[in-house]
Write a protein of this length. Structure first.
Length: 300
């Protein structure tokens, strides 16, 4: 294994022992041993094949909006794909690279009078993350509009998926199962009225701003929706809004969110999550599963 990835790949921006708190939406997270920002598919492939050949752990993160990185950081090589952010519109199709903002992708659709992506107007993740998690909001889901996805497998080979092959489910897609790296997605949309599209996006964003604590760092909705219940209501009914550990707090605005109120750490976040899960289980007998991805090394 190379001792210095920066020397191995001089054309790729690579940082050593870089704090991931600079990149996560929670403003928490320990250092990545190596953090790379590939600019194109060829650079991704070089890094993936190098990691595979050297048995180096490889982690890929997008906008890090629905993610908690433990304070121990991430071993091996971490890639952030936000430099791969191209968006094209061809007819009724929007083609977006994995690092493109999902919000910017919805704006591109709107600007070309294409309807179907309005539900994602306020989802803060990347296109790659949206595919990976089958992101959804306000009755819409990524699975309803994503028709094709190009991904890279752990050995560096490229695979193309159609919608059926992606095996979309609730916050799930096939790339989670085979550890693929989303490179590009195609969204099949329909012609619409630009004024109506804009009005719906504006309405959804206003509703989001009214209900969610967008003014504070958070990882978005923390828990999956338990069958027959709403996580936020269970947390609210358990009297947990405002519960704080260190600098992390159950939002007083929306109980389904945990916000960073005072230089919180990932450990603070995890302490709040565990307390919420234990309290809701005790009071209502319901097990809350995390929707947010939790990755990285445990702190010693």
């Amino acid at each position: 294994m190379a001792n210095n990835l920066m020397q191995e790949f001089p054309d790729i921006q690579i940082l050593k022992d870089e704090p991931l708190s600079k990149y996560t939406n929670t403003k928490t997270g320990g250092p990545a041993d190596w953090l790379a920002f590939p600019k194109d598919v060829a650079e991704v492939q070089k890094l993936v094949q190098f990691a595979d050949a050297n048995a180096m752990p490889l982690t890929v993160i997008g906008n890090a909006s629905n993610l908690i990185v433990r304070d121990g950081g991430i071993e091996g090589l971490t890639m952030i794909l936000t430099q791969m952010n191209g968006i094209q519109v061809e007819g009724n199709r929007v083609i977006a690279q994995a690092g493109a903002s999902y919000i910017e992708t919805t704006k591109a659709a709107r600007d070309h009078s294409l309807t179907g992506l309005e539900f994602a107007a306020g989802i803060p993740g990347s296109v790659g993350g949206a595919i990976f998690m089958n992101a959804g909001a306000y009755g819409g889901e990524t699975k309803n509009v994503a028709s094709e996805v190009t991904a890279m497998l752990p050995d560096g080979t490229i695979k193309h998926y159609d919608n059926e092959e992606l095996d979309f489910g609730y916050r799930h897609s096939a790339v989670q199962d085979n550890h693929g790296i989303v490179l590009e997605a195609v969204f099949d949309l329909k012609p619409g009225d630009q004024a109506e599209i804009t009005a719906l996006m504006d309405d959804l964003n206003a509703r989001r701003a009214a209900k969610q604590p967008l003014e504070l760092p958070s990882c978005g909705s923390v828990f999956k929706r338990p069958e027959g219940y709403f996580a936020g209501k269970l947390i609210h009914d358990a009297g947990l809004q405002g519960y704080t550990s260190g600098g992390a707090q159950v939002s007083t605005k929306h109980a389904g969110f945990i916000v960073n109120v005072d230089h919180g750490t990932a450990t603070d976040y995890l302490n709040v999550i565990h307390h919420v899960q234990a309290t809701v289980k005790e009071k209502f007998g319901v097990s809350l599963e995390t929707e947010v991805r939790i990755i990285g090394r445990e702190t010693e």
